[in-house]
Design a protein. Structure first.
Length: 296
């Protein structure tokens, strides 16, 4: 694989680029300031966090402590990236999955296809066990068939490890890259990426479709850094889909105001309703429960 392909859609500090790419010539490289002044405060352009006063080097320059794990950014640095070119081999029928969907699943899956085709921002709310992954297959296939690059991200490594083999089986002819903090395999340039949301800091305007699972779960929920990582990994025109079983107040508000479209599947694939809790008083005046008398 050509070195420039490995750089498509990726971002580094200028120092990291020379190390990672072994000084290959990349004429498409673009640069942007690593820090900008916003409302008289120094803001990191990789993670969106305000630089703290104590994050200061002996030479007087500030650095971002919030995203230090991904390489130190120092005041005056540049973030460099290579625009995504979508140079993938054509896949006419990428979906190799032969399963079937229930009528409710099929309806939700059809809406996912519409969202991806129209590059909308959408929330799919479905109870645990509803088959959210399978409902994504047709939408992902549509994106891949149109030459798009797709990312399926989740906050936790365990979820990525579960999704990866299922997507491999469903898209057997499509190269897929798995990325997380414990991964030792070298990076590959692929049309489909499965990764933790933290790994999205390594991309910039790379994906045509981004799907984020478990947006209600730690560490993604209420984390502006990871929200920034997702936003920057999306191309300017991109389909963004959030998956959740318990939408947050913020997501509900975005749906109500029209900032996001939404669909809901409150039933599992087997069609049975979820069990509902019931309250039974144990101590009531002059009442018998299961043949036993209870008194206050």
């Amino acid at each position: 694989m050509m070195a420039k392909q490995l750089a498509y859609g990726r971002q580094w500090s200028a120092t990291q680029l020379s190390t990672v790419m072994n000084n290959y010539s990349l004429p498409q490289i673009k640069q942007r300031l690593a820090f900008q002044i916003v409302n008289q405060r120094l803001v990191c352009q990789r993670c969106g966090q305000v630089v703290k006063e104590q994050a200061r080097l002996p030479d007087g320059r500030y650095y971002c402590a919030a995203c230090l794990t991904f390489g130190r950014l120092v005041e005056g640095d540049q973030l460099v990236y290579v625009p995504e070119c979508n140079l993938f081999e054509s896949i006419v029928e990428p979906l190799t999955w032969s399963g079937t969907l229930t009528p409710f699943q099929a309806q939700a899956a059809k809406q996912i296809v519409v969202v991806i085709t129209k590059q909308q921002r959408h929330v799919l709310t479905a109870v645990t066990g509803a088959g959210k992954t399978e409902m994504l297959f047709q939408g992902i296939a549509t994106a891949l068939a149109n030459g798009q690059r797709v990312c399926v991200a989740a906050p936790r490594v365990a979820v990525c490890l579960e999704l990866y083999p299922r997507l491999q089986a469903a898209f057997a002819n499509t190269p897929i890259m798995l990325m997380h903090g414990e991964q030792t395999a070298p990076y590959r340039y692929t049309p489909l990426v499965v990764c933790t949301t933290h790994q999205l800091f390594k991309f910039y305007q790379a994906f045509d479709t981004v799907i984020v699972d478990e947006v209600d779960a730690f560490p993604f929920v209420n984390n502006p850094q990871l929200e920034m990582a997702v936003k920057q990994a999306c191309k300017p025109c991109c389909a963004l889909i959030y998956l959740t079983a318990t939408p947050t107040v913020k997501l509900r508000h975005a749906i109500n105001t029209g900032d996001l479209t939404g669909s809901e599947l409150p039933i599992r694939f087997h069609g049975h309703l979820l069990p509902e809790p019931h309250c039974y008083p144990l101590f009531t005046c002059g009442v018998q429960l299961n043949g036993i008398s209870y008194h206050p």
